[in-house]
Design a protein around this ligand. Structure first.
Ligand code: URA
Length: 475
């Protein structure tokens, strides 16, 4: 008879240890993540642990252990016979942030496999899945077998989180939302990466937002989180880079659902519309890194050139349409994108004074977009009536209005004349036009002087320089 040398673990001991500032070992962290996933640890105990972890902080070792334990709490996506490296992009969210519809097909067109697992609109930020569901028939809830089949066929698939991947995160994230324990770097890192690493990625490009629409406002916090994610993912065997990018105004000119797809398809068709240049530039930069990490370009700059060629010759557009078709979407809606757009109510907002568009409170603009009917305030809350689309929603999220949103006709730094068109608001009903228009006016500062230039891409954090940003780590 063999007697285990490991004594059993008890949640109360783990709670005391973390409460008193102790560092948990791998086994203790696995016990917490496993108990969250299989329901053997009560919500009250998990909530207490989250608060202790939030207040005491998680060391880099604890963060790594939690990430791996949460990844191991479910199945991993292990595609067979792709014969290519797999690379995904994750964005920390924003307003008008629609780069996924460009980077995923562009990287796929350049020979990288892109298994993209995306999220939904929440609060002031939009969601890739809600935007895709504006296409009638597009299925965001695929089985892992179907996911793999679409990637085999098209090189890319964009779906929603499944029940099988990282179930510990599902439980812990919902509790964090209710217990004021969301904003902790270790918990955020483990939450995001457990899902990404469960997708079995060779490479990951992180687009971490800065500025008035960003999740974290202080630059040092943003840099720390980005570096923590890079170091943690690299230590788990996924080559990772983080780009800190500007969200001091919405990205591109559309923020909503269908209207964001329109902006991307125009770019994929080779158009260069005014006010979409930042979207084009950022997408090519991110795609360049994906292509580089996917082993198809020696440098990210060479990857950029390949991505630009795929944009110009229509290969990216073909990959996008092939994916939409393979996932049940009706590609004919892209034949006449204007005719398909049927908002319930429309309001044109003119510039209310002359001058430079000096500041944009992007978070407030995100809320304005949400109030048009395009988003949702809380996870799982009932959305407004959906017109168009097939009404499908995965994982219990209610549909949002695919035709609602805001189109901007001027950007930060533009010089506008009073009375010139500034934005067009598309809402579900006439009554829903007022609040977004008031929020919009309140969020924009027009002044006599132009604003300071903010670069689109700031720091780039890789495994080589991540340590410089982690100096203040709790270790
Ligand atoms: N997104 C996630 O998936 N998890 C977090 O903790 C924060 C953002």
């Amino acid at each position: 008879m063999s007697i285990s040398t490991l004594s059993p673990l008890h949640m109360i001991d783990i709670l005391r240890k973390k409460r008193d500032g102790g560092a948990l070992d791998e086994r203790e962290i696995q016990f917490v993540a496993g108990g969250a996933a299989d329901g053997s640890i009560q919500e009250a105990e998990l909530a207490a642990w989250l608060m202790a972890a939030w207040i005491r902080g998680l060391s880099r070792d604890e963060t790594r252990a939690l990430t791996l334990a949460m990844r191991a709490s479910g199945v991993s996506f292990k595609p067979k016979n792709l014969g290519k490296r797999t690379v995904d992009k994750h964005s920390s969210g924003g307003v008008g942030d629609k780069t996924s519809f460009l980077v995923a097909p562009l990287a796929a067109a350049c020979g990288v496999a892109v298994p993209m697992i995306s999220g939904r609109a929440l609060g002031h930020t939009g969601g890739t899945l809600d935007k895709l569901e504006a296409i009638p028939g597009y299925r965001t809830a695929l089985t892992l077998e179907e996911f793999e089949a679409v990637i085999q066929k098209c090189g890319v698939s964009i779906i929603g989180q499944t029940d099988q991947l990282a179930p510990a995160d599902r439980k812990l994230y919902a509790l964090r939302d209710r217990t004021a324990t969301v904003e902790n770097p270790g918990l955020i890192c483990a939450s995001i990466l457990s899902k990404k690493l469960a997708a079995g990625l060779n490479g990951l490009v992180l687009d971490v937002k800065t500025g008035s629409g960003a999740f974290l406002r202080k630059m040092e916090d943003t840099e720390f989180l980005a570096a923590l994610m890079v170091a943690t993912a690299e230590s788990a065997g996924t080559q990772t880079v983080a780009l800190l990018t500007d969200m001091s105004q919405p990205l591109g000119r559309a923020a909503g659902n269908w209207i964001e797809l329109v902006e991307c398809v125009e770019l994929l068709r080779g158009a260069r519309p005014e006010w979409s240049e930042d979207l084009r530039e950022l997408s090519l930069t991110l795609a360049g890194w994906m292509i580089h990490l996917g082993g198809k370009a020696q440098t990210p700059q060479a990857g950029y050139a390949l991505a630009e060629a795929a944009l110009t010759d229509g290969a990216g557009l073909a990959a996008f349409m092939k994916m939409v078709d393979a996932q049940g979407g009706d590609v004919s809606v892209f034949d006449d994108m204007e005719a398909f757009h049927k908002p319930g109510a429309t309001l044109k907002v003119d510039a209310w004074e002359s001058g430079y568009v000096a500041e944009m409170d992007t978070t407030a603009l995100g809320w304005a977009v949400q109030r048009t009917g395009a988003g949702r305030e809380k996870a799982g809350e009932p959305g407004v009536a959906q017109r168009g689309g097939d009404g499908s929603s995965s994982l219990g999220w209610e549909p949002v209005d695919p035709h609602a949103g805001i189109l901007f006709h001027a950007r930060r730094g533009a010089c506008v004349e009073k009375g010139q068109p500034f934005a067009t608001i598309y809402a579900t009903t006439e009554a829903m036009l007022l609040e977004p228009s008031e929020l919009l006016r309140g969020a924009i500062t027009i002044s006599a002087n132009p604003p300071e230039f903010v670069p689109l891409v700031g720091s780039i954090i890789t495994r080589e320089n991540a340590g410089n940003y982690l100096r203040n780590a709790v270790d």
